[in-house]
Design a protein around this ligand. Structure first.
Ligand code: 4G4
Length: 263
């Protein structure tokens, strides 16, 4: 999977792309990430990337021309096949251009899964008060990482890259761990424990030490459902409970407090 990041702050990504699971995947070549400095696509002597909004008002906007030139440069390279395995003419799928913006579609694990199927993502990061409206038709999707404002799209792009990158085969050590975690089935993870067995008067639940794997699985499922009911009851709307889930949900209801959730 290849990521191209269009930004005014390429240095923003230096540490994140060299550390941890993503850093290793980049070093091994499982993920390829290239930053492109939008300022390098200016044509004036002062390398101007921002300007005041027409109609007046506070703040500045990103000028459209450097953004458009940066985008076209990356798209042209993708078409020629450089930086991807074969190039567009040899059957590769077209890169998806994504603008990170508070006005975008809210990012979910479902969207993350869809993006992980693409072979190339181009992430456009806005600064100042945002980008000129005429850039919008040049992007395929607008994505928001949540209902809050950042000083730029870079932090949002990193979150998108991290969430998509970890689903690419070979990025996580164990291929099962991305399927097993929170949201793979739309539920929250229950409590988890590691050594020691006793930590500051608090003991690991006996069932986890029992060696009875059927019992452990059922306990984990119950705690996952309990935590989801307590913290994110709206997530249970998407649950398709099997017979065992129904039995567990009945138990949780009997234990009290959750009458409103799930039929
Ligand atoms: C584009 C338009 C994304 C980019 C406006 C980006 C929050 C998110 C930006 C802006 C961002 C998000 C300056 C508001 C950069 N803030 N929630 N800031 N702003 O995904």
């Amino acid at each position: 999977m290849k990521f191209d990041i269009l930004t005014l702050l390429p240095g923003f990504f230096d540490s994140a792309l060299n550390l941890g699971v993503i850093g290793r995947a980049v070093k091994e070549g499982t993920l390829s990430v290239k930053t492109h400095d939008i300022r390098e696509f200016t044509t004036d002597t002062h390398k101007t990337v921002d300007d005041a909004p027409y109609g007046g008002g506070a703040g500045m906007l990103m000028k459209p021309a450097p953004v458009a030139a940066a985008l076209r440069s990356v798209l042209k390279e993708a078409e020629s096949g450089k930086g991807s395995e074969e190039g567009l003419l040899n059957g590769a799928c077209a890169p998806v251009v994504i603008l990170l913006t508070p006005q975008g579609v809210p990012l979910t694990q479902k969207i993350v899964r869809g993006l992980a199927e693409k072979e190339r993502l181009i992430l456009l990061c806005g600064r100042y008060e945002g980008v000129d409206e005429r850039i919008r038709p040049m992007v395929d999707m607008e994505i928001s990482i949540g209902d809050y404002i950042l000083t730029g799209g870079e932090a949002a792009a990193l979150i998108l890259l991290d969430s998509v990158g970890r689903l690419i085969p070979g990025v996580l050590g164990c291929s099962l761990s991305s399927e097993r975690d929170s949201f793979s089935d739309g539920l929250l993870e229950g409590p988890q424990y590691t050594r020691p067995e006793l930590f500051e008067e608090s003991k690991v639940p006996d069932v986890l030490l029992s060696g009875d794997h059927a019992k452990i699985s059922r306990w984990r499922r119950k705690e996952s459902l309990r935590r989801t009911m307590e913290r994110r009851p709206e997530l249970l709307k998407g649950l398709k409970p099997d017979k065992e889930d129904r039995a567990i949900l009945d138990e949780l209801r009997a234990e009290g407090g959750f009458d409103d959730f799930v039929k």
